[in-house]
Design a protein around this ligand. Structure first.
Ligand SMILES: [Zn+2]
Ligand SMILES: [Zn+2]
Length: 273
């Protein structure tokens, strides 16, 4: 490998490490850090694409490789590289990947011109998606072994970002935690309302209160709205219980009535046995 390519690759990996570190800072509540995560990420993408082009021929990294006197100070841009990859094969970079690259380009411009207004959820999800698209590109079209070059301290974030399932679960747990946090005031005021449960459908701690749900709860990961542990009260005596503990009866006027152990008559039935 020519030294220029080695430099590109090394710089690319440095940018990736920086992007991961800044992303982690953002996750810890340092929201300004996402801005730098975007910039480092953009640099990482650019260097990986340039590296890919340089692999075809080292001179292709220069703006005009066919000129009589090669100007080594002028190298191609990210979009030159993107066009090259696209001209090589139209389906290497799919539509959504290209859309995310456009997003990255716009954001990078805004940051550089101080017009950047942060939409944190959008930044987080788009960085995640972009990262996975890029990892796919790296695995399918290059020989680069990224995983083994990632410093230990950023491996966890790297894994979450590169794995669709892990990323979505992480996002869902985070959302559930935020909902729990936002409703914690109810605890201190003495109202011990349950706001977060383990979801029986997907097994994650992501079943949280949701006023759009008919049960009052919805899982932020799988969308399930049901659990035997959802708080409920007996319609007859008003005792606090859970959905699973109550019996449900259809009344004469077609309503569903919940009844506790005593009010349902089960207590008496069990006693008589
Ligand atoms: Zn679930
Ligand atoms: Zn009752």
């Amino acid at each position: 490998m020519a030294s220029h390519q080695l430099d590109l690759l090394e710089n690319a990996l440095d940018s990736l490490t920086e992007a991961l570190c800044k992303y982690e800072e953002g996750e810890r509540g340092e929201h300004k850090a996402y801005k730098f995560a975007v910039l480092h990420m953009a640099h990482f993408v650019e260097l990986i694409f340039k590296y890919h082009v340089a692999e075809k021929h080292p001179l292709l990294i220069y703006k005009d490789p066919f000129s009589q006197k090669l100007d080594r100070t002028k190298t191609i841009t990210l979009w030159d590289a993107v066009n090259f990859i696209n001209n090589e094969s139209a389906d290497t970079l799919n539509k959504s990947f290209r859309a995310d690259l456009e997003w990255l380009k716009r954001l990078r411009n805004e940051i550089e011109h101080h017009k950047f207004s942060m939409d944190v959820p959008e930044v987080r999800t788009t960085i995640g998606r972009l990262f996975r698209s890029l990892m796919e590109f790296i695995n399918d079209y290059t020989e680069i072994d990224i995983e083994s070059s990632i410093p230990e301290r950023t491996i966890a974030t790297f894994t979450v970002l590169s794995d669709q399932y892990a990323f979505q679960l992480y996002e869902a747990i985070r959302e559930a935690e935020e909902i729990e946090e936002a409703n914690r005031a109810n605890y201190s005021s003495g109202d011990m309302t349950v706001v977060r449960l383990e979801c029986p459908s997907c097994g994650n701690p992501t079943l949280v209160i949701n006023n759009q749900s008919s049960t009052g709860f919805k899982c932020t990961f799988c969308g399930n709205e049901e659990s035997d542990d959802i708080p409920a009260t007996c319609d007859i005596c008003g005792v606090d219980s859970t959905v699973g503990e109550l019996d449900y009866w259809e009344t004469d006027d077609d309503r569903i009535e919940s009844r506790c152990y005593y009010c349902s008559g089960r207590y008496h039935a069990d006693k008589d046995d």
